[in-house]
Design a protein around this ligand. Structure first.
Ligand code: HEC
Length: 246
């Protein structure tokens, strides 16, 4: 091989890569205007979709008939005043001009095998339970995960419900079924498990949540169904006033 053909070969291999990867794309796309993203115009691209572990949680929710007493449906405003219920349809914080309240849309159940709209509302609507859990947990001085796990183990636990004045709210009437089958009582070894929701030092045992309880908890904490909808899908009243407790 002569030096000349070597040089031509080099130029051809680097030159064609430069031509196809840099020169032609730059000529074609260099003058494209950047796309401006706006929360309202592009909301449909950010639709929540339940997948993976949360989908398993949704199945556990169905399998244990949680839908028999809990809805996940903020009804259309033509059928009631649900959107104004405190902490039910989304967040309303006039101090930071944040108002995410809206009615339920069919897209809220994307990915789930069932739209968990429920058949009866004996317990609270859980559409936005993820937000409420954070508030309850802070009042009770625990993490939201611990709060939900403790509720699943023993719903009649008044230590979980702390009022504004710091007093315990009596929930001994609660008929939310306890789920003991989702927890194991294990011997206390060493410092014990960090996941334990209760430790009995006399008995030297701990109550440890099973994987099933943790996955269901993850699903319940993910329930925040108030992300912006494209205008054509959002039928909520446009002018919402402050929250009331109806
Ligand atoms: C027999 C009816 C019934 C069934 C079935 C039921 N619940 Fe409940 N649930 C209630 C009632 C009533 C309350 C309100 C009292 C309380 O806080 O315990 C409640 C409260 C809750 C809360 C607290 C909600 C809040 O905002 O304070 C959560 C979370 C919850 N239930 C989860 C579940 C899960 C998960 C299941 C299925 C494993 C389930 N429930 C099944 C009746 C039920």
């Amino acid at each position: 091989m002569t030096f000349k053909s070597f040089l031509i070969g080099m130029l051809a291999s680097f030159g064609s890569a430069w031509l196809f990867v840099i020169a032609i794309p730059t000529a074609k796309m260099g003058s494209l205007e950047p796309l401006k993203m706006s929360a309202e115009a592009d909301a449909e691209y950010y639709q929540r979709k339940t997948s993976g572990r949360l989908l398993n949680g949704s199945e556990i929710y169905s399998a244990n008939a949680c839908y028999a007493c809990h809805t996940q449906l903020i009804r259309p405003t033509t059928l009631g005043r649900e959107i104004w219920r405190v902490d039910s349809a989304g967040i309303c914080d006039p101090a930071v001009r944040l108002d995410t309240r809206r009615e339920t849309s069919p897209y809220d159940f994307q990915g789930e095998a069932y739209a968990q709209i429920g058949i009866n509302r004996m317990g609270q609507d859980l559409s936005n339970f993820g937000y409420r859990a954070e508030v309850y947990a802070e009042a009770a001085g625990m993490t939201p995960e611990m709060w939900v796990l403790s509720h699943l183990y023993q719903p009649r636990n008044s230590a979980l419900h702390i009022g504004d004045g710091g007093q315990k709210i009596n929930v001994s009437w609660s008929n939310c079924p306890s789920q003991p089958q989702m927890f194991d009582k294990t011997p206390l070894n060493g410092q014990g498990s960090k996941l334990a929701i209760a430790t009995d030092l006399e008995d030297e045992t701990q109550i440890i949540p099973s994987e099933q309880a943790i996955v269901l908890t993850n699903y319940l904490l993910s329930l925040k169904r108030d992300d912006a909808l494209p205008e054509k899908l959002d039928h909520s009243p446009k002018q919402l006033e402050g929250a009331d407790s109806n």
